[in-house]
Design a protein around this ligand. Structure first.
Ligand code: PEP
Ligand code: MG
Length: 325
């Protein structure tokens, strides 16, 4: 199998009937970046910036962060990298910021909530990202956004930093694209307004489904109570994709489901053209991609979305098997 993936590495990411799909990698450590080469991924769709923060005894300063982000960009060698701002709290604890024993850390003081309450932290990170991207394109996004106002507040901090860099004569990125993660279900009901403000959307299905089904993503006792390819999920995701398309905003799915072949096939059938996944998923997903016929999968998946099939996974598995996927 590994050999087969390697042999396919330099072939295009497209379906059997020639539909191109962007296959990107999730990363969080500098050493992950080497996998861009061996997987052939087209770039990094999600760079989780929190890991270096977690590995240190205190907050890294702007200079330290700038060097790190520059190294990441160097390793990407011109491929796009989407940097996600600090997403700590919940299951990712910083040794120097206690969560004070919250009853529900996943729904507590975490992620963008922390960095909006501690704007100096977000500003320092943004400053480092701007400096590391001087003269190049910068793609960045904010995690766990729950309201349009939160996105705007974070965006304003970025604008302040851009103005500051400009005033001090620093070189700026040639373009800055700012996106939001879609991880909190409430955003679905503000989606049209949100889409007017963002440059792109990244679906964090791990958190989105955790909150949609009220099912702790880290609790094995309940994690099999819902399925990532069940009808409600398919309906939700199709609507998200349609609304992004209608607004002309690129959308990527970057949660774990994107890295599993059956789920990836389903997402592509729903119309997603960009998936970002952990490196080990890329070979298997590419193999699936190159063996699927987009037209056939699209028809099948869209019929499932309209159905009340209690077990779409079984149906999708059978479909994949019957179609040599
Ligand atoms: C997600 O929630 O789907 C996601 C990609 O973010 P993380 O797994 O880092 O919470
Ligand atoms: Mg998340």
């Amino acid at each position: 199998r590994r050999q087969a993936y390697l042999a396919e590495r330099d072939r295009p990411f497209e379906t059997r009937d020639g539909v191109p799909v962007r296959i990107l990698m999730n990363a969080g450590l500098l050493m992950d970046m080497g996998h861009l080469e061996d997987t052939g991924a087209m770039g990094v769709g999600l760079y989780r910036t929190e890991l270096p923060f977690m590995a240190r005894p205190s907050l890294p300063d702007v200079a330290t962060q700038t060097v790190l982000y520059q190294k990441i960009r160097d390793q990407a060698a011109g491929r796009p990298v989407v940097f996600r701002t600090l997403d700590v709290g919940g299951d990712k604890l910083l040794p120097y910021w206690s969560s004070d024993g919250e009853d529900n850390p996943a729904m507590g003081w975490r992620s963008i909530r922390i960095t909006l309450d501690r704007p100096a932290v977000l500003r320092a990170q943004v400053r480092a990202l701007l400096r590391a991207s001087a003269g190049a394109d910068l793609d960045m996004m904010f995690p766990m956004i729950a309201t349009v106002a939160e996105f705007e507040q974070a965006r304003r901090l970025l604008d302040v930093e851009v103005a500051r860099e400009r005033a001090r004569g620093g070189a700026l990125p040639s373009a800055i694209r700012v996106g939001t993660m879609l991880e909190v279900p409430a955003l679905l009901y503000q989606f049209p307004e949100l889409l007017r403000k963002v440059d792109f959307v990244s679906v964090g299905s791990n958190d989105l489904l955790q909150f949609l089904f009220a099912t702790d993503r880290g609790n094995p006792r309940v994690s099999s109570r819902y399925d990532t390819v069940s009808v409600p999920v398919l309906r939700l995701l199709r609507q998200v994709r349609e609304q992004c398309d209608a607004a002309g905003k690129p959308v990527t799915v970057c949660g774990e489901m994107a890295g599993r072949p059956l789920e990836a096939m389903t997402l592509i059938g729903l119309g997603f053209r960009s998936l970002s996944m952990a490196a080990p998923g890329i070979g298997p997903v590419k193999h699936m991609l190159r063996s699927m016929d987009f037209g056939e999968v699209k028809r099948y998946v869209n019929a499932l979305v309209e159905s009340s099939d209690p077990n779409p996974r079984r149906a999708l598995r059978a479909f994949a098997r019957d179609h040599g996927i």
